[in-house]
Design a protein around this ligand. Structure first.
Ligand code: 4AD
Length: 482
C-alpha cells in the first residue's frame, strides 16, 4: 500500500521524513482495510478505515445509529457511530456489513476508539426474528450446541475457538523449543494400537466397490492413536510428537468422550524412568496454559467470569504447585479408606472410573495428580513390565486433572524383545506385529510416551463441563450433523 501511495504522490522533497508525512496524509484520505483487533488498539486515530464484519449489537437512536461490529479477530467489537440516514437498508443484529469512516477517540472508557462512519454497506442480511441468537442474551453452551453451523457467531464460542487456536500454537511451540520433531502419523492404519476394538473401519463406498475385497487388501481403520507410528520414528529421532485427529467408536454420550477428538502424543527415547515422561507432560501443560492465560486473557476471562464462574482460582492453584505422583496401589488405598460411596468397585486390579479419578484429584488438593504403575493386565501389550515390583504392574502413568479426570495416558514401552514377543504370542498377535518386534530387534532402546486429549485439556483450563462444547464440530454416536 505504501508503494502505491508513493507512486501516486509527486514527491519533490527527498527527505524521508517528508515522504513519510506525505504517505500519512495520503493514507488518511484513502481507506485502509483493517481487522477489528488492529483498529481497537487505537493506533490509527484519524485514519480513514474500512472494517468488515458481523453486527453484534444495534442501537438506533434519534441522532445516531450505534453498532458493534466484530470480525472474529478479537472479543472486543468496534463501535460504529453513523447518522440515521445510513441505516438504509436497516442494519440488523447478525448481518454482515462493510463500514468506512474515520477512527476517532471514544468518550467511553471501555473502548479507546470508535469509527465515525460515512458509509455503511450491508453485505449479507440477517432476519433477527429467525436468527437463533438474540441480541444481548447470554445463551447457555447447551443451547448453542443445537446450532453447530451458527454457534461460532456468538461471543462465547468465538472466544473458545480463538483459545483453541492459541493453545494449539502453544503446544507446537513447546515441542519445538524442547527439541521434538513433529511427525505426521497416518489417519488410516491397519493396527489397533490400544487393542480395545473401538475401531471405525475404512472402505470405499459406491457401486464400483467390491465388498469381498478390502481396498487396502487388509482391513484398515481410522487411527485410535499415532503411538505405534511414533515408536517407529523414535528409533531414529530421540524426541518426536504428533498432534492430530484420532477416532474411537465408543458408544458413549458421556461428557468427556467423543468419536473424533484431537490427541497430542509424544515419544521419548533413552528414558530412565516414568519421571522422564511426567516431566514432559507437566511442562507442556504449564507452558501451554501460561501461554493461553497471557495471550487470550479477554477470551479466557469471558469463560471464567460468565460461563464457568470461579474456575480461574482452580486454574491458578493448578499452576502454583508441582503435580504430585501416587502409585495405583496408593490410589486404591485412598479410595478404600474414603467414606464416599462409589458406584464401581475399588479392589486392587480394577480399572479406575471417572468417579474414582475425580475423588483422587480432590483428595490431592484439587490439582493435577499422576497415578503410576497400574496392574499389568489393565494395560495394552506395549506397556513395560515392572518386573522388580512385588505386585504385577506395568510402568504406565495417567495424569488426572480437576473436573475432568484422565487427561493423559502414557507408559514406558516394553523394549525387551523376549518379553514383548511372549506377550504378543499370548495374545496371538505376533504375526500382526512382526514389524513392531523388528523395532526391538534392531537398535532397541528404553523409550516411552504419552497421549493428551486436547479437548479434555480445554475443558480443564476453561472449566467446561461437556466436551462437545470445546470442539468446533463434535462427533459422537448418533450425531454427525454436517
Ligand atoms: O489413554 P489413551 O487411550 O492413550 C493412548 O491412546 C496412548 N496410545 C497414547 C500414547 O501413549 N501415545 O488416550 C490418551 C488420552 C486420554 O488420556 C484422554 O485424555 C484422551 O486421549 N481420550 C479421549 N478424549 C476424548 N474422547 C475420547 N473418546 C477419548 N479417548 C481418549
Amino acid at each position: 500500500m505504501f508503494l502505491a501511495a508513493a507512486k501516486t504522490l509527486s514527491v519533490t522533497s527527498t527527505t524521508s521524513r517528508e515522504i513519510l508525512l506525505s504517505i500519512r496524509h495520503y493514507c488518511k484520505k484513502t481507506p485502509t482495510k483493517l481487522r477489528v483487533s488492529e483498529v481497537v488498539s487505537g493506533a490509527d486515530l484519524g485514519a480513514k478505515t474500512t472494517v468488515q464484519g458481523w453486527v453484534r449489537s444495534v442501537r438506533p437512536q434519534k441522532a445516531n445509529l450505534f453498532l458493534h461490529v466484530n470480525d472474529g479477530s478479537s472479543l472486543q467489537p468496534l463501535q460504529i457511530v453513523a447518522s440515521p440516514e445510513l441505516n438504509n437498508p436497516l442494519v440488523t443484529f447478525g448481518s454482515a456489513v462493510e463500514v468506512t469512516g474515520i477512527l476517532k477517540k471514544s468518550l467511553h472508557q471501555k473502548q479507546p476508539v470508535e469509527l465515525e462512519a460515512d458509509q455503511v454497506h450491508v453485505i449479507g442480511e440477517c432476519n433477527p426474528v429467525d436468527f437463533p441468537f438474540k441480541i444481548k442474551e447470554r445463551h447457555s453452551l447447551e443451547y448453542l450446541r443445537q446450532f453447530p453451523h451458527l454457534r461460532c457467531r456468538t461471543n462465547a464460542f468465538s472466544s473458545l475457538l480463538r483459545i483453541r487456536s492459541e493453545a494449539t500454537s502453544a503446544i507446537h511451540s513447546y515441542f519445538k523449543e524442547n527439541g521434538f520433531i513433529q511427525i505426521h502419523t497416518p489417519i488410516i492404519t491397519s493396527n489397533d494400537c490400544e487393542g480395545a476394538g473401538e475401531l471405525f473401519q475404512v472402505e470405499p463406498s459406491g457401486p464400483e466397490y467390491n465388498e469381498d475385497e478390502h481396498f487396502f487388501s487388509v482391513p484398515a481403520f481410522l487411527t485410535v492413536s499415532g503411538q505405534l507410528h511414533l515408536e517407529v520414528m523414535s528409533g531414529a529421532f530421540s524426541k518426536v510428537y504428533t498432534f492430530g485427529p484420532t477416532f474411537r467408536a465408543e458408544n458413549s454420550q458421556s461428557r468427556r468422550h467423543l468419536a473424533e477428538f484431537y490427541m497430542v502424543e509424544a515419544e521419548v527415547s533413552f528414558t530412565q524412568s516414568l519421571e522422564d515422561l511426567t516431566k514432559v507432560m507437566e511442562d507442556m501443560f504449564r507452558s501451554a496454559t501460561e501461554h493461553v492465560l497471557a495471550h487470550c486473557a479477554e477470551d479466557v476471562d469471558l469463560f471464567h467470569k460468565h460461563v464457568t464462574p470461579g474456575h480461574r482460582d482452580v486454574v491458578e492453584s493448578m499452576l502454583k504447585k508441582r503435580f504430585p505422583a501416587i502409585t495405583y496401589s496408593e490410589a486404591i488405598d485412598i479410595l478404600n479408606r474414603s467414606s464416599e460411596e462409589f458406584a464401581f468397585p475399588t479392589d486392587w486390579g480394577c480399572d479406575l472410573q471417572t468417579e474414582h479419578e475425580k475423588y483422587l484429584v480432590k483428595h490431592c488438593g484439587n490439582i493435577p495428580v499422576f497415578v503410576t504403575d497400574y496392574p499389568y493386565n489393565l494395560k495394552p501389550f506395549y506397556a513395560r513390565d515392572n518386573q522388580d515390583h512385588p505386585e504385577h504392574t506395568a510402568a504406565a502413568v495417567d495424569l488426572l486433572v480437576p473436573g475432568v479426570g484422565e487427561l493423559c495416558g502414557g507408559s514406558l514401552r516394553e523394549e525387551r524383545l523376549d518379553l514383548l514377543r511372549a506377550r504378543l504370542e499370548e495374545a496371538g498377535l505376533e504375526d500382526t506385529y512382526s514389524w513392531y518386534l523388528d523395532l526391538r530387534r534392531f537398535g532397541s532402546v528404553p523409550h516411552g510416551g504419552f497421549g493428551l486429549g486436547f479437548e479434555r485439556y480445554l475443558q480443564c483450563v476453561l472449566g467446561v463441563d461437556n466436551i462437545k462444547d470445546v470442539i468446533p464440530f463434535p462427533r459422537f454416536s448418533h450425531s454427525c450433523p454436517l
